[in-house]
Design a binder for this molecule. Structure first.
Ligand code: NAD
Length: 429
C-alpha cells in the first residue's frame, strides 16, 4: 500500500492508540491486512446493445467479532485502496458500538448517473452474481453506501434469493421496508451523530442555543443531523454541498425548508436568492474551504474523505468536530487538531448509527419480528450513548483524544477475540 494512501492513513490513526493499550504483536499482524480481497468483472449488456465490463471489489477485512458488514459504493473513483480502508474502518466502527460484526466493504468503478435504470439494475444484479459465494447472513452482509440506495439493495437481495432459491432477507440491509427493511434506517446515520454530539455537549455543560454549527455535505446524513440539531435548539449557521455553501452571521438556517428549496432549485447557493421563507435571513455565499474554516463552535464534515488536511487544520476555528463522513481528517491533520485541543468525535463513533440500524434490520429479518420506528430510535439512542460513554470515559481517564480512545476501545474488543484463539505467549510455553 503506497505511502499517503487512505488505507495507510487509517492505519496510522489506529496505531496511535496502541501505546495506550496492551496490544499483542499477533493481533497487530492479523489486523495489518484484510482477511481477503475479491476483485470481479461484471459484464453488462447496455441499452444500445454494446457490452461494458465493469470492475468491482469486495474486501473482507476482519470476521473476528462476527459476520462482516459494510456498504457497496458506486463511484468512478472507487479503487482498492479506498475499499480496503473503508472495510478496515467498518471493523473498528462495529466494535466501538458493540455490534457482533466484523468489517467489509464493496465498490464498483462506475458513474451511476451515466447509466439508465435498466443498466443500473443489470449491473447491481451482476455484482451479486459475481460475489455470491462470498456473502450471506452469516458471512458478509452488504448495505448501501455512496450512490447506492434502498432500491439497489432490493435488487441485490432479490438476485441473491433467485440464485439460492430461498428467501434470505438478512443477506443485505438497507432494503426497502416492503422487502424487509427496517423502519428508521433512512435517518439512522444523522440521528446517531446527533445523539453522540448531544451527549458531548451535555458532558461539557454547554447550551445548544449558544452553539453555532456548520455542516459540510447536505446529503442524507448531513441533512438528518442538521434537522435534529436544529430541532434541539442548536444554531445551524453554515451548510454546503458539492456546488458550494451558505453561511449566516445572524439567526439560524432551517434545514427542512432549505432542503425543499434545494430540491426545487438544484443548489444551496440559489436558496436564499430566490426562495420564499428563507429570504429573510441574512447570509453569504461561501466555498467549501471557507465553510470548513468558518467561525463556528461545531464543524460537521458529512461529505467525503480527506477534507481536513495539514494545509487547513491550523485554520479550523470550531472547537468540536463531529465526523459524519468516513475519513474526513488525514492523520497529519489529526495531530494538529489534537495539539490545538480540538475535540474530534471520530467517524468510527460519530457515523456508527447507520450500521447500528442495519444490525437491527438483520436481527428483525432473522427473527421475523418487526419493530416500530419508536423502538428503533430508542434502541439506537441506547447503543450510541453507550458507545459514546465508553469512549469519552477512556479519553478522560487516559488523557488522550477521542479518536485514539475510540480505536483503543474497539481494538481491545477485537484483540480479545484474537487472543481467545491462542497467543504466541501461550503456544511458546
Ligand atoms: P450523500 O450522497 O447523500 O450526500 C453527500 C453530500 O456531500 C451531498 O450533498 C454532496 O453534494 C456533498 N458533497 C460531495 N462532495 C463534496 C465536496 N467536495 N464538498 C462539499 N460537499 C460535497 O451521502 P451520505 O449518505 O449523506 O454520506 C455522506 C458521508 O457520510 C460519506 O462519507 C459516507 O461514507 C458517510 N456515511 C454515510 C452513512 C449513511 O448511512 N448514509 C453511514 C456512514 C457513513
Amino acid at each position: 500500500m503506497q505511502k499517503g494512501s487512505f488505507f495507510e492513513n487509517s492505519k496510522r490513526l489506529f496505531h496511535k492508540s496502541l501505546q495506550h493499550i496492551a496490544f499483542s504483536d499477533d493481533a497487530l499482524k492479523i489486523l495489518d491486512r484484510p482477511k481477503e480481497t475479491i476483485e470481479v468483472t461484471i459484464p453488462v449488456r447496455m441499452d444500445d446493445g454494446t457490452l461494458e465490463v465493469f470492475t468491482g471489489y469486495r474486501v473482507h477485512y476482519s470476521d473476528l467479532l462476527g459476520p462482516m458488514k459494510g456498504g457497496i459504493r458506486y463511484h468512478p473513483l472507487v479503487n482498492l485502496d479506498e475499499v480496503t480502508s473503508l472495510a478496515f474502518l467498518m471493523a473498528f466502527k462495529c466494535a466501538v458500538v458493540g455490534l457482533p460484526f466484523g468489517g467489509a466493504k464493496g465498490g464498483v468503478i462506475v458513474d451511476p448517473k451515466k447509466l439508465s435504470k435498466h443498466e443500473l439494475e443489470r449491473l447491481s444484479r451482476g455484482y451479486i452474481r459475481a460475489i455470491y459465494e462470498f456473502i450471506g447472513p452469516d458471512i458478509d452482509i452488504p448495505a448501501p453506501d455512496v450512490y447506492t440506495n434502498e432500491m439497489i439493495m432490493g435488487w441485490m437481495a432479490d438476485e441473491y434469493n433467485k440464485i439460492s432459491r430461498k428467501l434470505t432477507p438478512a443477506v443485505i440491509t438497507g432494503k426497502p421496508v416492503s422487502l424487509g427493511g427496517s423502519l428508521g434506517r433512512n435517518d439512522a446515520t444523522g440521528r446517531g451523530a446527533y445523539y453522540v454530539l448531544r451527549e458531548l455537549v451535555k458532558a461539557l455543560k454547554l447550551k445548544p442555543k449558544n452553539l453555532r454549527v456548520a455542516i459540510q455535505g447536505f446529503g442524507n446524513a448531513g441533512f438528518h443531523a442538521a434537522s435534529l440539531l436544529h430541532q434541539d435548539g442548536f444554531r445551524i449557521v453554515g451548510l454546503s454541498d458539492s456546488k458550494g455553501g451558505i453561511l449566516t452571521e445572524h439567526g439560524t438556517l432551517d434545514p427542512s425548508s432549505i432542503m425543499r428549496i434545494k430540491e426545487k432549485q438544484g443548489t444551496l447557493e440559489g436558496v436564499y436568492c430566490k426562495g420564499t421563507v428563507c429570504d429573510v435571513i441574512d447570509h453569504k455565499k461561501v466555498s467549501n474551504e471557507q465553510l470548513l474554516e468558518s467561525n463556528v463552535d461545531i464543524l460537521i464534515p458529512a461529505a467525503i474523505e480527506n477534507q481536513i488536511t495539514k494545509d487547513n487544520a491550523g485554520r479550523i476555528k470550531a472547537k468540536i468536530i463531529c465526523e459524519i463522513a468516513n475519513g474526513p481528517t488525514t492523520a497529519e491533520a489529526d495531530e494538529l487538531l489534537a495539539k490545538k485541543g480540538k475535540l474530534v468525535i471520530p467517524d468510527i463513533l460519530a457515523n456508527a448509527g447507520g450500521v447500528t440500524v442495519s444490525y437491527f434490520e438483520w436481527l428483525q429479518n432473522r427473527s421475523g419480528q418487526y419493530w416500530s420506528e419508536k423502538e428503533v430510535h430508542a434502541k439506537l439512542e441506547t447503543m450510541m450513548i453507550e458507545g459514546f460513554r465508553s469512549v469519552y470515559s477512556l479519553q478522560k481517564s487516559k488523557k488522550i483524544d477521542m479518536r485514539t480512545a475510540a480505536y483503543a476501545h474497539a481494538a481491545k474488543k477485537i484483540m480479545g477475540a484474537i487472543e481467545a484463539r491462542g497467543t504466541t505467549a501461550y503456544f511458546k510455553q
